[in-house]
Design a protein around this ligand. Structure first.
Ligand code: ADP
Length: 399
C-alpha cells in the first residue's frame, strides 16, 4: 500500500490528509487533520486517525511548529509519514499564474517561481510557500509536488481568458482570467464521460462547484474553455461571503463617495458580501431555515444567488453550443437539492429535466438526477480535491 500526504497551508492554518491515492473517491482517508489559529495565543490541532478523533489545544507559534506537533501526534499513533511509507507529498498552491499549467515536482527553482507569483495572490501564495518550505525540511527524502488551483484553466482560449481593458496595462500587470477550483472542476468533469458512456473528447459539459466559494466552468472535450472566477476568486457566482461579479464602478463609488479605503472595500467584497452580506448567514442550511421561517432578506439573497447561477449556466450553454451534461459538486451542489432544482427549473425547452425523486436521493456517490428523456444529463458528482492532489502527486513522484 502506498500513501500520499496532501497539505493545504493557509495563513493561519494547515489542513492535511494521508490517503491512498488509488482509493475510491468516497473512502475515508487514513488521516485527516487541521491545525488552526497558528500564531495566536491558543491554537488547535484536530486530527482524525482511522475515524478516531484526537484534539489538542495548545499554542502553535508558526507553521513549522504546527506541522511538527501534528507529525508527533501521528507518530504516537503509528501513522506518521515515514511509518506508513508516504511516497509523495502534494501541496495545494492557489496561484500558478501563466507559468504552471501542470503539477510540478518542487525544486528550489519552483519555490522561487511560486514566490514570484505572490503579487497575483498576496493572501494565498505566501502561506502555500510557508507550508512547502516547512514540509520539505521535515520530509527531505520524499518528492514534493505542487498542484495549482489555476492549472486546469491555463490553456483557456484568449477570448475567455483576456479582459477588455487596456492591453498594455493588463500585460504589464498579469491581469487576465486565471480561474480557481481547477482541481475540483477537473476531477469532477473527468468522471462525467464514463457516466455518459462516451469518450472524454466527445463530451461538452458545465461543472458547477458550489461550496462556500463557488465557480462554474465550461469544459469541451476535457479542456476548460471558460470559467467564472477571474484574476482573483472574487469574480463570478454569488458565494457564501464573496459578491461574485459586480460593476467595477461600484468600487470607485465606494472609495470616492462613501469614503471607504481600498482595504475596507476588499474586505467587504470578499468577507461581508454574498449570501452572508445579504442575509446574515453564509451556510445554506441556516439560509434555508430562515427562508422557511419567512425571512425576506434570506429569500432575496437566495433569489440573487440562483439568478446569477442561471445567468452563467445560460451563457455557457451558448459558449459550448451543444451540452451533454451539467454537474453539481461541493457542499451546496452535493447537498442542497433545492438549489439544484431551482438552478435548472423551467428549462425543459432546452432539454433539461430534473427528476424530483432522483434529486431527492441522499449524497452518496456520483449519480444521475435528470429524467431518462432529458437530453442534457444532470449529475451530482462529489468532489474530492485531496484525492485529486494525491493522485497527481503520486503520478509525478513515480516519474
Ligand atoms: P468550501 O468552499 O469551504 O470547501 P464546501 O464545499 O465544504 O466549502 O461547502 C460548504 C458549504 O456547503 C456550507 O457553507 C453550506 O452552505 C453547504 N452545505 C454543506 N452541507 C449542506 C447540507 N446538508 N445542506 C445544504 N447545504 C450544505
Amino acid at each position: 500500500m502506498t500513501y500520499a500526504l496532501v497539505l493545504n497551508s493557509g495563513s493561519s492554518s494547515i489542513k492535511f490528509q494521508i490517503l491512498d491515492p488509488s482509493a475510491d473517491a468516497s473512502a475515508e482517508p487514513l488521516v485527516s487533520g487541521l491545525v488552526e489559529q497558528i500564531g495566536e495565543p491558543q491554537g488547535t490541532i484536530a486530527i482524525k486517525i482511522r475515524g478516531e478523533k484526537v484534539t489538542s489545544e495548545l499554542p502553535v507559534p508558526d507553521h513549522s511548529a504546527g506541522l511538527e506537533m501534528a507529525f508527533a501526534i501521528l507518530a504516537e499513533h503509528g501513522v506518521g509519514p515515514h511509518d506508513v511509507h508516504v511516497s509523495a507529498v502534494g501541496h495545494r498552491v492557489v496561484h500558478g499564474g501563466k507559468v504552471f499549467s501542470h503539477p510540478e515536482i518542487i525544486t528550489d527553482q519552483v519555490v522561487d517561481m511560486i514566490q514570484d507569483l505572490i503579487p497575483l495572490a498576496p493572501l494565498h501564495n505566501p502561506a502555500n510557500i510557508d507550508g512547502i518550505k516547512v514540509a520539505r525540511e521535515m520530509l527531505p527524502d520524499i518528492p514534493h509536488v505542487a498542484v495549482f488551483d489555476t492549472g486546469f484553466f491555463a490553456d483557456m482560449p484568449p477570448a475567455a481568458a483576456l479582459y477588455a481593458i487596456n492591453a498594455e496595462v493588463a500585460g504589464a500587470n498579469g491581469v487576465r482570467r486565471y480561474g480557481f477550483h481547477g482541481t475540483s472542476h477537473e476531477f469532477v468533469s473527468q468522471q462525467v464521460p464514463a457516466l455518459l458512456g462516451k469518450d472524454s473528447s466527445e463530451v461538452n459539459q458545465i461543472t458547477l462547484h458550489l461550496g462556500n466559494g463557488a465557480s462554474c466552468s465550461a469544459v469541451k472535450g476535457g479542456h476548460a474553455i471558460d470559467t467564472s472566477m477571474g484574476m482573483t476568486p472574487l469574480a463570478g457566482l454569488v458565494m457564501g461571503t464573496r459578491s461574485g461579479d459586480i460593476d467595477p464602478g461600484i468600487i470607485f463609488h465606494l472609495y470616492r463617495t462613501a469614503g471607504l479605503s481600498i482595504d475596507e472595500i476588499d474586505t467587504m467584497l470578499n468577507r461581508q458580501s454574498g449570501i452572508r452580506g445579504l442575509s446574515g448567514v453564509n451556510d445554506f442550511r441556516a439560509l434555508r431555515e430562515m427562508i422557511d421561517n419567512g425571512d425576506t432578506d434570506a429569500w432575496s439573497a437566495y433569489n440573487i444567488y440562483i439568478h446569477q447561477l442561471r445567468r452563467y449556466i445560460g451563457s455557457y450553454m451558448i459558449a459550448l453550443g451543444r451540452v451533454d451534461a451539467i454537474t453539481f459538486t461541493a457542499g451546496v451542489g452535493e447537498n442542497a437539492k433545492f438549489v439544484r432544482e431551482d438552478a435548472l427549473a423551467g428549462l425543459e425547452m432546452y432539454g433539461i429535466k430534473i427528476d424530483p425523486e432522483r434529486n431527492d436521493l441522499p449524497n452518496d456517490g456520483a449519480r444521475l438526477i435528470s429524467t431518462d428523456d432529458s437530453t442534457i444529463k444532470v449529475f451530482v458528482v462529489p468532489t474530492n480535491e485531496e484525492l485529486a492532489i494525491a493522485q497527481k502527486a503520486t503520478l509525478l513522484a513515480k516519474g
